[in-house]
Design a protein around this ligand. Sequence first.
Ligand code: SF4
Ligand code: SF4
Length: 428
Amino acid sequence: MALIDYHYEMSHCHRCSYCKFIPFQLIKSKRFSYLCPSISLRNFHSFSAGGRAALGLAVVEGRLDEYTEMMKQIVFECTMCGACQVQCRTFNFNLNPIEVMQALRTHVVEQGEMMPEHMFVIEGLKREDNVFGEPKKHRGDWAEGLGLKDISREKVDVLLHVGCRMSFDDEFWPILKMAVEIMKNAGLSVGIAGAEESCCGGRALEMGFEGVFQNFAEAMAGRVKASGAKQVVTLCADCFGTFNEHYPAHGWGLDAEVVHITQFISNLISEGKLTLKNQVPMAVTYHDPCHLGRRGEPGVQWKGEYQRLGPHLFGPVPEKPIRLGQNGCYDAPREILEAIPGVELTEMERTREYSWCCGAGGGVLEAFEEMAEATASERIQEAEATGAKALVTACPWCERNFKDTLESTGGDMKIYDIVELVHQAIGG
Ligand code: SF4
Ligand code: SF4
């Protein structure tokens, strides 16, 4: 939908500011009561979902036609974490702030006002099919010698979609290999696209480049169909969220079930096909990646319009599906952690659909270093407050940003992908 199509929603933002905080009844401390990283850093209404709705309204009503640097900062200094959407909907205002902000970004880019820092990513995507602009022929290097099936030559049960971060950041290759070992031990025929794999397209969409996203979605849908896979498994929350939310919302479907590695492992445990026998003595807390949680909730394409329903009542016709972020993947990682002998899990104050973002998403990592670091630092401090010695997550983008932040700010918190703990527990 174009920005103008959100006129009703933008003009019905009540400026209530609920989207800035977790629900009042869940607040345990003032320190960890904020929900939106953007307003938390800048403390100025424009840097919130409500502020961006007001800005979008001014744009479509022709009251604002100059794209200043400050305006672009307001539009893009947001991780697209979706927390505002969950909170706004919680209070039944029936608005879609995350969709409004997505449409605003697309509109700004269509006016030729993109963030220069994002162009490196977009050019890399167009040239090499990955967000880093690395030579695509090296995309499958991590799998050398693992004996995985090549989906361009044979049909498979499971297609492992690796994603850009894990394919080209070799610090993650050992984690990928651990995941492959777990999957192969389950007796499944697992394949990869290797050098032919391409980005899921999610980063391009969230930077405002819808056309680039559509190309990648089409390529992914074709690849999955040709592979014959019944399941697409990924370790990357960003890819998971893109497949689950963005694809259906833009009319794309994959001919296979999309499964995050935590769901895959959790299923193996409950079916008795994976035994976690080794002690992993560790006090941990778990970080819900946004795109695995609230933004991993299945998306729906809505085609309709707002109509007068009564004397003072307007509403969407047909009804718009309400998405509160509760149907994301929250239980599987917790079930795994609870099944590992020795692991002691303590939750942070902001969890599940009210989780605080890691700071890496929506093009912030690429263009707004201060915000990416401040957001990760806030989460690490929240993790420290639980007494945990390790922060466990299930997304390479979160892990990368936490580790880079710790390197610059210092601190003793250990960061793990959940697969590493599973691997230790099975005796790997
Ligand atoms: S976006 Fe929603 S929660 Fe935020 S100020 Fe507007 S109405 Fe309130
Ligand atoms: S998507 Fe996240 S960072 Fe952006 S306005 Fe909403 S809560 Fe704030």
